[in-house]
Design a protein around this ligand. Structure first.
Ligand SMILES: *Cc1c(COP(=O)(O)O)cnc(C)c1O
Length: 393
């Protein structure tokens, strides 16, 4: 399979890459639930432990089901190597601990996942690894934050919840000019809509929990990039420290990859229709969605994404009261902070995901009291409009 893989297109790779059929001839991939592997002889065991002979030893290191998921995702992202992890957060942790040492410095977008911020400010800082936070779309801010000891630039694009876009190729160039690696958390677009490595990024991290699964079932993650960086340094940490993905979860995620593009296109179509409708509503002050012509970075989004994704947010004129009223009036959409599910979810960022910020920090971050975030699912968009209109009066 691997010798032919380079010629195959995305849709084919999504359903076929990485599959190794066992002697049973199964059509759907098997789940190998085994913690260890048997050797033919003492000499074979010795050769495998010495690294002289390839093969499985123990499922903290490698597992055939996990490997199929890794190879499939690597093919879709255009990466040489992929390591699957127990969660999205352990993908980011493994990247940091596999590549950084005391005294190193990270420049991160201010608009990243809450736990990522805490990982950097509380836990990396404890190891003497400092982080500077910058505004995602402000290039000069990135430029001036870089120091001689900076090793990683870290971002999510589009950002959550305001859907700001980073210019990946420009930031990759900046990173390389300064001897740094650019890490992109590609959770919101997935490789179906955006392939950061093709735009110059060095490392892609994923929370597979979101759109890769796409149906809200399992927690998992992945790190992708060059063989010597991800395949050795990050994998070296992972197999030693152990935040590995379980074979069952790998199987669920690999099945998710098979329908990923169809789902991402459907999420995008629904989200665009909903965003356009929201722009017409009297109660709505402003809509944030990269697919709208009114979005400040619509043109940039079009150049690096093949679709605009399932995430949008909007500001209500009536502030927090209006926001809570709208959420409480819904009967269909789920009031939950998760995203990337077949089912639409709704949150009020100011009092949930961003509640730890002071009023001033929230204002700086652009999180208005009337802001609502919607992760648009696969329901009929007319039903979603009816549900959101209920509490808009
Ligand atoms: C959810 C999320 C994470 C963390 O992933 P887990 O699987 O919950 O550990 C990281 N980055 C982004 C952008 C996320 O949305």
């Amino acid at each position: 399979m691997s010798s032919k893989k380079d010629d195959l297109k995305f849709d084919t790779l999504a359903v076929r890459a990485g599959q190794v059929r066992s002697s049973e001839g199964e059509h759907s991939e098997a789940i190998f639930t085994t913690s260890s592997y048997v050797f033919d002889s003492a000499a074979a065991a010795a050769a495998r432990f010495a690294g002289d002979e390839p093969g499985n030893i123990y499922s903290r290191f490698t597992n055939p089901t996990v490997r199929t998921f890794e190879e499939r995702l690597a093919a879709l992202e255009g990466a040489e190597a992929c390591v699957a992890t127990a969660s999205g957060m352990s993908a980011i942790l493994s990247t940091c601990l596999g590549l950084l040492k005391t005294g190193d410095h990270i420049v991160s977008s201010r608009s990243v996942f809450g736990s990522t911020t805490v990982l950097f400010t509380d836990y990396m800082a404890k190891l003497g690894i400092e982080t500077s936070f910058v505004n995602l779309a402000d290039f000069s801010n990135w430029e001036s934050a870089i120091r001689p000891e900076t090793r990683l630039l870290f971002l999510e694009t589009p950002s959550n919840p305001l859907t700001e876009i980073a210019d990946i190729s420009k930031l990759a160039e900046l990173a390389h000019l300064n001897g740094c690696l650019l890490v992109v958390d590609n959770c919101f677009c997935t490789p179906a809509l955006q392939q950061p490595i093709r735009h110059g990024a060095d490392i892609v991290v994923h929370s597979a929990t979101k759109f890769l699964d796409g149906q809200g079932r399992c927690v998992g993650g992945a790190v992708l990039g060059a063989r010597d960086i991800v395949g050795e340094d990050v994998f070296g940490f992972l197999k030693t420290a152990g935040p590995t993905m379980s074979p069952f979860n790998a199987w669920v995620f690999m099945k998710g990859l098979e329908t990923l593009k169809l789902r991402m296109q459907a999420h995008s179509t629904n989200a665009l229709a909903l965003a356009q409708w929201l722009e017409q509503q009297d109660a709505v002050k402003r809509v944030y969605y990269p697919g709208l012509e009114s979005h400040a970075q619509h043109v940039l989004a079009k150049t690096q994404q093949s679709g605009f994704g399932g995430l949008l947010s909007f500001e209500l004129k009536g502030g927090k009261d209006a926001g809570w009223r709208l959420i409480d009036a819904t009967r269909l959409v789920s009031i939950t902070a998760n995203l990337g599910d077949t089912r639409t979810t709704i949150t009020h960022p100011a009092t949930t995901t961003h509640n730890r910020l002071t009023d001033e920090q929230r204002q700086q971050a652009g999180i208005d009291d009337g802001l609502i975030r919607v992760a648009v699912g696969l329901e009929d968009v007319e039903d979603l409009k009816t549900d959101l209109a209920r509490g808009m009066g």
